[in-house]
Design a protein around this ligand. Structure first.
Ligand code: NAP
Length: 339
């Protein structure tokens, strides 16, 4: 029998053939086996405001989780729930069939998924799936998809909307881009995080999320302008918000942020810095599309003003502060007795 020689090691062609077939069969099995707690090992990279709650839902659903976060202490609550802590995205992927990422910026996504030595794709075996849920660039989603396919893996972009409250309740809107069959298989996991909508090929999930952010930008401006107007007109602003909440001006933004603004709770939630990142990606896309969206540009400028005042780490409801500064006027502070 013909031998392949490699230093002291000798393999027969038959052995090599068997090894290749084994890898192919493992790959095909991994790509077709239904996802379930008994079949599927899950990895999670990024355990901040959103990732922490989302990951906890999967652990409670019975999946075994391996997690990584830059600041390890932020993964402690998940380790207490039963997750294994890994030292790098690569190590997460080496122990997982499906790897989720929920980090901050596109540069973080690139680093945790595509870094040649420490990144998740480098550690993922054939048939594995990357699911990036960070709000990031559509072109980067396509780049990750191409790199994953070249390695015999798969990738899906699946950014979300619904805020920290949606993440806690497992009620996020999930916008998925990639192979439709892969997204369908992933529903077994995604159903624990919210409701998934398939938006089209790779990058289309990110495009949908960015369109969502265009909408929210102007919605937030409308919300805080209405509150300023109501206050200046002598209305009780809490009563005003209650009155409009069931009418045409009602919105998820009002539900999520109205009472936080009234109680002057500007904790994130959703970081101003992340919203400026999202709106900046949208504006860049608009420039290359030749699309004029003045409402988007206005919202981005108002949020940049928060950053200029050193308030980028507040939640997006802090937009009221910009309007207060513009008008030299403050909404009333809550009385100490109010809840
Ligand atoms: P976050 O609290 O800052 O969480 C991001 C986590 O990822 C942090 O714990 C961070 O580590 C970790 N991380 C970032 N870069 C990393 C890297 N290179 N390597 C390892 N870990 C890294 O932010 P979030 O609010 O959860 O938001 C996450 C993403 O979801 C953002 O893209 C945001 O725009 C999007 N989003 C947020 C909301 C919301 O309401 N919060 C809603 C929808 C979408 P550290 O702990 O060391 O900082």
């Amino acid at each position: 029998m013909q031998q392949l020689s490699s230093g002291p090691l000798h393999f027969s062609l038959l052995q090599v053939g068997i090894a290749i077939r084994y890898c192919l069969v493992r790959h095909l099995m991994a790509a077709t086996e239904p996802i379930s707690p008994s079949n599927t090992r899950v990895g999670w990279i990024g355990t901040g405001v959103m990732g922490q709650s989302m990951c906890a839902h999967l652990i409670r659903a019975g999946y075994s989780l391996t997690v990584f976060n830059r600041t390890a202490s932020k993964a402690k609550a998940l380790v207490d729930l039963g997750a294994q802590l890994a030292p790098s995205p690569h190590a997460v992927a080496a122990r997982s069939d499906v790897v989720f990422s929920m980090v901050g910026y596109p540069s973080d996504v690139r680093s945790v998924l595509l870094h040649p030595t420490s990144g998740a794709l480098a550690g993922l075996r054939g048939g594995g799936v990357l699911v990036d849920m960070t709000t990031s660039e559509p072109s980067l989603a396509v780049e990750i998809w191409e790199a994953a396919v070249a390695k015999g893996c798969e990738s899906v972009d699946a950014p979300v909307s619904g805020g920290d409250v949606g993440a806690k309740k497992g009620k996020l809107a999930i916008f998925a881009g990639g192979e439709e069959g892969t997204v369908k298989r992933l529903e077994a996991l995604l159903c624990h995080l919210g409701k998934v909508k398939y938006m089209g090929g790779s990058g289309k999930g990110q495009f949908a999320k960015l369109a969502n952010q265009v909408t929210i930008g102007s919605t937030m401006v409308g919300l805080v302008e209405g509150m300023m107007y109501a206050h200046k007109a002598g209305l009780d602003v809490a009563l005003y918000l209650e009155a409009i909440s069931t009418g045409a001006a009602g919105s998820k933004s009002l539900d999520l942020y109205g009472s936080r603004i009234l109680s002057r709770d500007f904790e994130p939630g959703f970081f101003v810095n992340h919203f400026v990142k999202d709106l900046g990606i949208c504006l860049k896309e608009c420039q290359s599309m030749g699309l004029a969206l003045p409402g988007l540009a206005l919202a981005q400028q108002l949020y940049v003003s928060l950053q200029a005042h050193g308030q980028g780490n507040l939640g997006t409801q802090a937009l009221i502060l910009v309007l207060e500064r513009l008008n030299n006027l403050s909404l009333p502070s809550p009385s100490p007795s109010s809840p």
